[in-house]
Design a protein around this ligand. Structure first.
Ligand code: CO
Ligand code: ZN
Length: 343
């Protein structure tokens, strides 16, 4: 049974996306998710790197579900005498898109990214950019921020028809899908929902979590790009056409058996799905499937436009399809199929 997106708790998604969580500073998101899901799991804890792990006890096989809490952002490298901040980027941030963006620090101090006078547009480099937090001197600036502090890009959560726009849809939408599936699952498997840290800087949290948990099967949930905007890079994935099942990205080639299993479950449950071949980027399953002797892994992707901008856009029906698919997969006999070679 496919539900419509209207039944999902988009107020909760709004608060998830607006939380502060650049790579390495995910603790606010951890707290927020913990409060929300505690009643739905048997055990919840954070590991050494900061991954949040919510366990739902079951029997037999162990399935790891991964969605990353961190988002892209910036880190202060230098504060000058006039109170302007120089910075480096955290995760995949395109310098050409940075001028005049708003950034928000953990203490809620806001800044505008300014740009030095350029002789020609191609002179735009990271070192030409600075952040203006409204301070008039180094001492004043240092009352609010310090070298090493991080900030995220400001971008409110808005609904436009059945589409939702916000910063940090990558990957709070994945966290949201995992949480919705956790709330409703009747799976009898041993489930470990992992809200990972530091995906945007190299799939780091997923790596240690997978090693420690050593699951029989892992499913990651993240955003993917689309090919459905004017003169977009050619790609099959379209907004509103359902959950995407990853076939390939730079971090992983999905086992044909796993992608077939995912598609069969989607078809059986009448959940709209599309194949994802992503020519750039990767996600947590990339690290997970290479752990120990190898861990079978798949990815459910939520199609998103304008990924790594403060206005990432997803379609409500795709989100609902992703929740339905994850919930259905967790209840299906996938892990057993792995044993007898049918998957
Ligand atoms: Co990303
Ligand atoms: Zn992501």
């Amino acid at each position: 049974m496919t539900r419509t997106y209207a039944t999902l708790d988009f107020n909760f998604l709004e608060r998830l996306t607006q939380g502060f969580g650049p790579s390495g500073s995910e603790e606010g998101i951890t707290e927020f998710i913990t409060d929300e899901i505690r009643p739905y799991c048997d055990e919840i804890f954070s590991d050494t790197l900061g991954n949040l792990i919510a366990v739902k006890n079951g029997t037999g096989k162990k399935i790891m579900i991964a969605a990353h809490m961190d988002e892209i952002g910036i880190m202060i490298t230098h504060i000058d005498e006039d109170g302007f901040l120089r910075f480096t980027t955290i995760g995949g941030v395109h310098v050409t898109e940075l001028p005049h963006r708003r950034v928000r620090f953990k203490n809620d101090r806001l800044g505008t990214i300014g740009v030095e006078k350029l002789d020609k547009p191609s002179d735009l480099k990271l070192e030409k950019l600075y952040i203006d937090i409204g301070a008039s001197a180094r001492t004043g600036a240092k009352e609010w921020v310090e070298v090493g502090d991080t900030a995220v890009f400001a971008g409110e959560f808005e609904q436009s028809g059945k589409r939702f726009i916000s910063k940090a849809m990558d990957d709070r939408i994945g966290c949201f899908v995992a949480i919705e599936a956790l709330k409703r699952t009747k799976s009898t498997y041993h489930l470990a929902f992992v809200f990972t840290v530091q995906e945007e800087v190299g799939l780091r949290g997923a790596q240690t979590a997978a090693y420690a948990l050593d699951p029989d099967l892992a499913l990651a949930v993240d955003v993917t790009l689309t090919g459905d905007t004017p003169k977009a890079h050619r790609m099959e994935v379209k907004l509103g056409r359902g959950a995407a099942i990853k076939v390939y990205d730079r971090s992983m080639v999905t086992s044909p058996k796993i992608k077939r299993w995912m598609a069969e479950v989607a078809a059986r449950e009448n959940i709209p799905y599309q194949w994802e071949v992503l020519e750039a980027g990767g996600t947590d399953s990339g690290a997970i499937h290479l752990t120990k002797g190898g861990i079978p892994a798949g990815v459910i992707s939520i199609p998103a436009r304008y990924v790594h901008s403060p206005a990432e856009m997803v379609d409500g029906e795709d989100v609902a399809a992703a929740v339905d698919l994850l919930a259905a997969l967790l209840e299906d006999g996938g892990p057993e199929l792995l044993d007898n070679g049918n998957i």
